[in-house]
Design a protein around this ligand. Structure first.
Ligand code: DOR
Length: 438
């Protein structure tokens, strides 16, 4: 099966080219194909931008065990709609993904239900270093150095030293210092205002844990990725971390801060917590300066009923996969960054960090994971239009300009907007992501 996407502004590693992309089977077969090239299907992109499919390296899709919040079928539709063609999912499901068998069970489930390409991290515990050493079919190891949703936590120094010393896969971590968070939680135990969440999970908690993890990585010469950087104070640590250290920021830490609690309440309760407007601005600058490498969502759905529980009981996390490319394209439209930067932060960057084979670029021989975006399309984000199973978004009511309008996964079109309506092809499934390591 051959598909020719013609008349597109193709975002390639060499810059933007007004040209065509020929897909043959699951791969990109040609760029700038000769005008007489024939194909089974010809798509006229109408001069719109064609990006590599987005790769979200931090999502919580809740399957198995928490499927009342989300599942792979809903979440992967949300991905397709949002231009996300590959995801890497976190181990805090039920059961936790802390054995090779649990990892392979997830891969098997995804092979039957995910519309987009999938990969799963293996979670660290104080006792499973042998699993971490021998894990295969995974991008890397996730450590909760501070606890969050679920019961995964590795806080003891000896256990952390052992994991960094004895494993070889890239490690990523949730960096909030458990001791600091617990002390703050005790101090503010009687507070019921949601804003205290940012005082419990404060700047110091993030800085202490990020510093500790970077120190471990450097002493053990281990590749390490800082998940969801939330404070300006961590930027210098990352900048001075050297080549072993990469990092990411999430849309909620770029676009929300403590001033949003009165309006959005627990909808913006997440771990790490939102910080200040100054943190937003400096994180954005660090991203533009190339200090922070990539943007990921930390898509972490909970039901609205759960979110309505009073603070502190309401759970932490928010959904974002279907809106984050659009939120970033909206920034391009506002002149805050370029579309090439977005492709680096959300496509080639994550593919390189996680050693993915043939992903993240529009280049001959790469997988045909693509998203066509309309930079002039304005849509209002609405709860009722969300594909995520939890059915809400903290961006409800926001007008956003720049949206994915068609998505291809491994050469097959899985999503398009037709006459203003979302259309999916649920019969088409994604593939397991391959890595040069693991
Ligand atoms: O807010 C969060 N929610 N942060 C995490 O690290 C976990 C996530 C979840 O799984 O709910």
């Amino acid at each position: 099966m051959k598909t020719l996407i013609k008349n597109a502004k193709v975002v390639t590693p060499a810059g933007i080219q007004e040209t065509s992309v020929l897909i043959e089977g699951t791969r990109i077969a040609d760029l700038d194909a000769a005008t007489q090239t024939t194909a089974d299907q010809v798509v006229d992109a109408g001069g719109k931008y064609l990006l590599p499919g987005v790769i979200d390296d931090q999502v919580h899709f809740r399957e198995p065990g928490l499927t009342h919040k989300e599942d792979l079928a809903h979440a992967s539709r949300a991905c397709a709609k949002g231009g996300v063609t590959s995801f890497l999912e976190m181990p805090n499901t039920v059961p936790n993904t802390i054995t090779q068998a649990a990892l392979e069970a997830k891969l098997a489930t995804a092979s039957k239900s995910s519309l987009v390409n999938y990969g799963f991290y293996v979670g660290a515990t104080t006792e499973n270093v042998d699993v971490l050493q021998h894990a295969t079919r995974t991008p890397g190891i996730k450590i909760f150095i501070g606890s969050s949703t679920g019961n995964l936590l590795v806080d003891e120094q000896a256990a952390l030293e052992k994991i960094f010393a004895q494993s070889t896969l890239t490690i990523c971590a949730h960096c909030e210092d458990e001791t600091t968070v617990r002390a703050n939680a005790a101090k503010y135990a009687n507070e019921t205002d949601i804003a205290f969440h940012s005082k419990v999970r404060d700047h110091e908690a993030a800085v202490i844990a990020t510093k500790r993890a970077i120190d471990l990585a450097q002493r053990h010469n281990h590749r390490f990725h800082v998940l969801h950087v939330s404070t300006a104070d961590e930027i210098e640590l990352i900048q001075n971390g050297g080549p072993l250290i990469t990092s990411e920021v999430c849309p909620h830490h770029l676009f929300f801060n403590v001033d949003d609690y009165p309006r959005l309440g627990s909808l913006v309760k997440m771990n790490p917590s939102v910080k200040t407007k100054t943190d937003n601005e400096q994180l954005w600058q660090a991203l533009c300066d190339g200090i922070i490498d990539i943007v990921a969502t930390d898509h972490a759905p909970h039901t609205m009923e759960e979110k309505r529980e009073p603070y502190p009981k309401c759970p932490s996390g928010l959904p974002a996969v279907e809106n984050y490319l659009a939120l970033m394209l909206n920034q391009v439209n506002q002149g805050k960054c370029t579309i090439e930067q977005v492709a680096k932060w959300m496509c080639s960057g994550p593919a390189e960090i996680w050693n993915m084979k043939r992903k993240g670029r529009i280049e001959v021989g790469y997988d045909a994971d693509l998203t066509l975006v309309d930079m002039d399309l304005t849509q209002t984000v609405l709860n009722e239009n969300q594909e995520t199973k939890c059915g809400w978004t903290p961006w409800h009511g926001d007008d956003v300009t720049g949206w994915p309008i068609a998505t291809w996964v491994m050469g097959k079109q899985v999503f398009r907007i037709s006459d203003g309506k979302s259309e999916f092809d649920d019969s088409r499934l994604g593939a397991e992501i391959e890595y040069t390591t693991g």
